[in-house]
Ligand binder design. Structure first.
Ligand code: KG4
Ligand code: ZN
Length: 347
């Protein structure tokens, strides 16, 4: 099934065309395009929701046109449209949902609402369709830090999540308070490359308590207090960035190990913006090697928000017979565990 995917949940306009009749895997991806609003929000140090919505309104349709032209895909060959319906910023979601629903109606094809985190979770399968279920998924983005036990597409059990800031959010807020540009994650990672390991020792929050929940806001405060009482020169800043990054990565790795052992699973999938972090990838590779398990990540460009993951998830759900009626709604707070296995896939 040939599906146009539209992602507008936050500050990236992402579009893609996925055709599962080419076989699941990267051959199915006929094209993808992304417009990032990073520069628009940079001067405010974070995403301004109203500006995000207005920009999606301007960018989505031209981006779809450009994608179809560059991928040589005619509208008449499309068989479905998938759009992100949540979680995310209400206004931003409404732009993609209304455009996606309207295009599908105009073209006389079905539309399906996709959960943004399901998109992230399935993104590694675009390049590696043979990843077997069940697996443990670590979803680490700007809005979520969750460990999920995935038995099948749509069968998601929440094992643990952040009680306060998401990992990406902690990166972004810490970076902002240290005077680094938005988005903070990649900028802290870059600065940390100049840091001296061991110059500072930061806590690993909640690792001495049982369970799989996270808490990153205290770590963020610890980093900022350390920064404020330091000389704030560039080397000290790099040392703090490294100590912070190490603490987040260590904490995530400790909880991944605990989750794999708890559900007795040998496969780990890591997705969401923070999964682009090179040191996190390295640390988790070392971890699964020691445990005799496997770990899978999306290609770096599909770690952060993108249209490909929505087109891919859409092709799976539409193929299984799922579709929305003509009305559409968005769900800014949509629990992943409330999703179900698409009806036809259950048999
Ligand atoms: O998945 P994503 O693009 O958007 C959400 O759904 O939230 O994730 C964005 C988050 C931001 O918080 C950003 O700082 C973080 O991912 N991020 C990183 C890296 N690249 C992006 N965090 C740490 N290291 C990175 N290399
Ligand atoms: Zn995301």
């Amino acid at each position: 099934m040939r599906v146009l995917g539209i992602e507008t949940s936050c500050d990236e306009t992402g579009v893609a065309i996925y055709d599962s009749s080419n076989g699941y895997g990267q051959d199915g991806l006929l094209g993808h395009a992304l417009y990032s609003q990073v520069e628009l929000h940079a001067e405010y140090g974070g995403v301004v929701p109203e500006l995000a919505s207005r920009d999606h309104i301007q960018k989505t349709i031209p981006l779809v046109r450009e994608l179809m032209k560059n991928s040589a895909v005619e509208a008449s060959s499309l068989e479905g449209v998938a759009y992100t319906a949540g979680p995310g910023l209400a206004g931003a979601l409404l732009v993609g949902a209304s455009i996606g629903r309207a295009l599908a109606w105009g073209w006389g094809i079905p539309a399906v609402a996709i959960h943004h985190m399901e998109g992230h979770l399935l993104a590694p399968l675009i390049d590696d369709p043979d990843i077997e279920f069940p697996f443990v998924a670590l979803l680490v983005s700007g809005g979520h830090t969750q460990l999920i036990y995935v038995k099948a597409v749509g069968d998601y059990t929440l094992l643990g999540e952040s009680l306060d800031d998401a990992a990406g959010e902690a990166f972004d807020k810490t970076a902002k308070l240290m005077g680094l540009a938005y988005p903070g994650g990649p900028n802290i990672a870059l600065l940390a490359e100049q840091g001296c390991l061991g110059a500072y020792q930061f806590p690993r929050p909640m690792v001495d308590r049982p369970g799989l929940d996270f808490s990153f806001s205290g770590l963020k405060t610890f980093a900022v207090n350390t920064f404020n009482s330091s000389t704030k020169d560039i080397q000290v800043k790099a040392n703090i960035a490294l100590a912070f990054e190490e603490a987040v990565i260590d904490t995530l790795a400790i909880k991944c190990k605990r989750a794999l052992l708890q559900v007795d699973c040998i496969r780990l999938v890591v997705a969401g913006g923070v999964s682009a972090n090179k040191k996190l990838r390295l640390r988790l590779h070392e971890l699964v090697h020691r445990l005799g398990c496997k770990v899978h990540f999306p290609r770096p460009e599909f770690c952060t928000d993108n249209g490909a993951m929505i087109a891919y998830a859409g092709s799976l759900r539409l193929t299984a017979g799922e579709a929305q009626d003509l009305g559409f709604k968005v769900n800014p707070r949509w629990p992943l565990a409330s999703l179900t296995v698409p009806a036809r896939a259950r048999t």
